[in-house]
Design a protein around this ligand. Sequence first.
Ligand code: COA
Length: 325
Amino acid sequence: MGTIILGTGSWLPRRVMSNVELEEMVDTTDEWIRTRTGIENRRIAGAGEKTYQLAAKAARKALATAQLSAEEIELIVVGTISSHMLMPSCACYVQHEIGAVNAQAYDINAACSGFLYGIDIADHHIQARKEAKVLIIGAEAISSRLNWQDRNTCILFGDGAGAAVFGYSEDARRGVLGSSHGTDGSQWELLYMHTAPSTNADIEVAGNKGAFLVMEGKEIFKFAVKAMEEAVFRVLDDTGVSLADVSLLIPHQANMRILSKLLERLAVPREKVFLNVMNYGNTSAASIPIALDEANRAGRLKADDTILFCSVGGGLTWGATLIRW
Ligand code: COA
């Protein structure tokens, strides 16, 4: 009895920002960005493209692919760290925007691991209530939470949203085969974002720099490769699937150098990996579901294929998930 994906969707903001444009904003070059990160372009949200609006567009496409109406969804979970409001959640806005009148809706904050953590929630929910249809979304307008004077971070990230609708299949061979997730809160300072300043001076965080992303690039690089590698081997071990049997790896599109190192360590050939980081940069929680949708629409996911996902993000959080299509 599997938790299967019934449909996928994604949505990207209209505006494309190239590396050359970034040369005008910070002390960087197209060549530096390409060689260090593999990123060429990213999308930047504009008017009418708040996080929930991107999310709702991706959700509608996923529902259309699944041939389901919004009324049939009973749970919406959005992984995001860049909603335009702290409360209500992004998921509440999406619920209203798409007319999912029978759904409960909430956000999770697992940074770039948000979508894989969301798959876990969908799986548990559906295994408990097999008639349930669950919408998991990763959505970010992270451009609203970047320090555009910081060349270490602003060149890496981009905006977008991806979504998948989950349901139940009697076919036990299909669906979510397993997952392995982890968290290490002690390493939070490698990648973080403050909130707005506290109005209670007693609990104000010392050195609040503002609500934008801060990163220790070198340290996060080392951590990311190791965490994803270990999570991949753990989920393969747990499920008894070998890496050779994996049809496609869809990793979190952090940057090309992290991914190259990971592929080298896993000894996975490039043709078995879905990559779009050059086009969109790191879209945080949106990166895996956008890649999933693009792989799906490109016909790269066939019945019986074993699809492996892995991620790492602020928290620190990480994980790997295995699905049979
Ligand atoms: N353009 C030009 N120079 C830049 C730059 C930019 N955008 N960003 C940093 N530099 C400079 C640094 O200031 C440094 O200069 P210095 O030697 O004069 O001090 C130099 O380039 C080298 O910096 P370094 O940090 O050693 O670069 P790197 O080779 O480690 O690459 C990252 C930097 C960010 C690309 C790399 O550390 C990385 O990929 N980290 C992981 C980031 C990530 O994916 N985070 C999200 C995970 S979910």
